[in-house]
Design a protein around this ligand. Structure first.
Ligand code: GTP
Ligand code: SPV
Ligand code: MN
Length: 603
């Protein structure tokens, strides 16, 4: 499959949506002079434009059109096999000093990096079309909403940005003509998609992102991890709000009482699935709705509560494992108008992946474009294959998703993928202890980033790859936020991934996670019981509503809720080692929390 497409020649009426703001025009022309494209396509986000670009992408082999009778509006893209995930080692935070980027980021000098990137970008778009993509992050009227422009030579990026953001003329309109109006400057070029020249660079002080050498989502949809997390977290620290790697969901009880919850799980650890869950039969009358599946921007409301908006407009979700058993809402959402990346193609023009419902097809084309059969040793779909789908496709989209003020958060949940140590759920004693739980979170690595999979690593607040500044200052910012809230959310920790001695998941997960969510919500209303342990408040088996839960024995429930002293001594040491690696950036309060945990475990 082609990833790099030659220039297109749009018909009159398309590609001419030049913004009025002269600062934008000047910057675009600077990039044009540098990259020397064949022409510029100014995007307006219209349906006509989208149809035209989809047609061109298919004609040039960037996309494959799926069987439109079965999958209307659905297309398949294959990335280069060397370009299938985020690349943390090549993701740079270019602040004036290394200290500002902190111990967890890869830092590079801004001037040197600009100069290196300008060298790579020189003439890089020759023979290609340069697309200018205006977009808004957040409900357009939200005080947190941000305008960005992404310049790209990838038609796949343009088509994805229309799904993932509020893309088009409305963004230029929102920015207006003022020369000092703030907008994010994003430049992306595929170059030759060579891993040797792959750099994802952030210049927080300049509100600028430059990404080269990749065509994969998280590296190139600059709105998402680059702007909405790395740059936004930097701004949030300065301006007193939070930009987090969190889903946002609504939970409504049968008597009509509604709460909102935000949850931070690392990449490929269950945010999309949790945000769209369907409660088991026993919870008739309970409703879960989705505000967001990946990113939350949260600010303190007039009433002293924490309010969250989803800056995005779509979901860029993990495909493998998605099925009518695990996530029916996602399956329904991706039946139409969905852009698939790196899944398998069936001979009928459908898509296939590991963990989809029903038997595998007898033959298919795998994500690399090679023939595949169930006997093949290779996977049909890449483990980090993705769908990009507009949030409007979600059958349980929350009614407040466009609310400019966001939704009030009753509980914050941290969680990782841990085969041992971490109980199914526990509650922090207070805000500071909750921040400690987030700061010391760990999880097994996944296919969402290149590198080893299944290795436990610390991933504070699921933000390790996404915090755009010094992690110590980030912890400090969290610590300071609690006392500013008159009615702070309660903080919890969950683990859907604990395993038994045979290596089997103890908890069925997915829809059954409703049982844990119910305990959390009840706790927010002061209703649910728990036992106080050294690590936090854990439900006793009788505190969880387990009616109708099949296939889990009382012994397994005990195991899921247990605190194993040996495991926790190891955990304590792991947390200490992590804090040492961050020294001297760790706030005193968190070191004291560690000390207190050690003392409680000794008792
Ligand atoms: P990013 O988009 O990378 O940020 O990931 P995410 O946190 O949204 O993860 P997602 O919901 O896509 O889930 C990733 C993987 O975890 C999928 O393969 C799911 O099938 C699996 N998963 C999600 N929830 C559960 C659960 O409750 N239990 C188990 N065992 N697996 C789960
Ligand atoms: C993640 O890796 O956390 C994702 C996918 O949500 S990406 O947009 O590629 O970062
Ligand atoms: Mn994510």
């Amino acid at each position: 499959m082609e990833n790099i497409a030659p220039a297109i020649s749009p018909p009159t009426g398309l590609g001419g949506n030049k913004p009025a703001n002269k600062a934008v025009l000047d910057w675009v022309h600077e990039v044009e002079s540098l990259t020397a494209p064949a022409n510029i396509f100014w995007c307006d986000g219209s349906a006509a434009e989208n149809d035209y670009l989809l047609g061109e992408a298919c004609r040039m082999g960037v996309l494959i059109k799926l069987d439109q009778a079965k999958a209307p509006g659905c297309y398949l893209h294959r990335s280069k096999p060397n370009d299938v995930a985020r690349v943390e080692q090549f993701t740079l935070i270019c602040t004036p000093t290394k200290e500002e980027a902190g111990p967890t980021n890869h830092w590079a000098d801004p001037a040197e990096t600009y100069s290196k990137l300008h060298g790579l970008l020189k003439g890089a778009m020759r023979g290609r079309t340069m697309f200018v993509v205006p977009y808004i992050m957040g409900p357009p009227e939200s005080p947190l909403a941000k305008v960005g422009y992404e310049i790209t030579d990838s038609i796949y990026v343009v088509l994805s940005m229309r799904i993932m953001t509020r893309m088009g003329a409305q963004a230029s309109k929102k920015l207006g003509e003022k020369l000092d109006a703030e907008f994010n400057r994003g430049v992306h070029s595929l170059l030759e998609i060579d891993p040797e020249h792959r750099w994802i660079c952030h210049f927080p002080q300049d509100n600028t992102i430059i990404s080269v050498g990749s065509g994969y989502g998280g590296n190139v949809l600059l709105s998402k991890k680059c702007l909405a997390l790395r740059i936004a977290s930097y701004l949030a620290k300065q301006q007193g709000w939070l930009a987090e790697h969190m889903l946002i969901l609504g939970v409504e009880s049968p008597d009509g009482k509604k709460h909102y919850v935000a949850a931070a799980f690392p990449s490929a650890c269950g945010k999309t699935n949790f945000a769209m869950l369907i409660p088991p039969e026993h919870f008739a009358g309970w409703k879960i709705t989705t505000v967001g599946d990946d990113i939350a921007w949260m600010q303190i409301g007039k009433d002293g509560r924490l309010y969250a908006v989803n800056p995005e407009n779509g979901y860029f979700g993990v495909v493998p494992g998605t099925s009518y058993r695990s996530n029916p809402n996602a399956m329904q959402a991706i039946e139409h108008d969905t852009l698939f990346t790196n899944v398998a193609l069936t001979s009928e023009g459908g898509v296939w992946w590991e963990g989809k419902d029903g038997p595998p097809p007898n033959e298919a084309t795998d994500w690399k474009g090679n023939p595949w059969t169930p006997a093949s040793k290779e996977k049909a779909a890449h483990p980090n294959s993705r769908f990009a789908v507009p949030m409007q496709n979600n059958p349980v989209l929350d009614a407040e998703v466009n609310n400019r003020d966001g939704v009030p958060i009753s509980a914050i949940i941290f969680g990782g993928r841990r085969s041992d140590t971490m109980p199914l759920v526990f509650r922090a004693f207070d805000w500071e202890h909750g921040v400690y739980l987030g700061a010391t979170m760990a999880s097994e690595t996944t296919a969402a980033a290149t590198g080893a999979v299944g290795k436990v690593r610390r991933d504070p607040m699921a933000m390790l790859p996404f915090c755009g500044y010094n992690i110590g200052d980030y912890f400090q910012h969290w610590l300071k936020t609690g006392p500013r809230l008159t009615n702070p959310p309660l903080i919890f920790h969950v683990n859907w991934f604990r395993k038994d001695a045979e290596g089997k998941y103890l908890w069925p997960g997915f829809g059954e996670n409703m049982r844990v969510l119910k305990w959390i919500i009840d706790r927010c209303e002061g209703k649910s019981g728990a036992r106080k342990t050294a690590i936090g408040c854990i439900p006793r088996p009788e505190d969880l509503d387990l009616e109708g839960l099949e296939g889990v024995t009382p012994g397994q429930i005990e195991e899921l809720l247990s605190v194993e002293p040996e495991e926790w001594q190891k955990e304590l040491a792991g947390q200490a080692e992590f804090f040492e690696s961050l020294a001297p950036n760790v706030p005193e309060e968190l070191l004291a929390q560690h000390q207190k945990l050690a003392e409680r475990l000794d008792r």
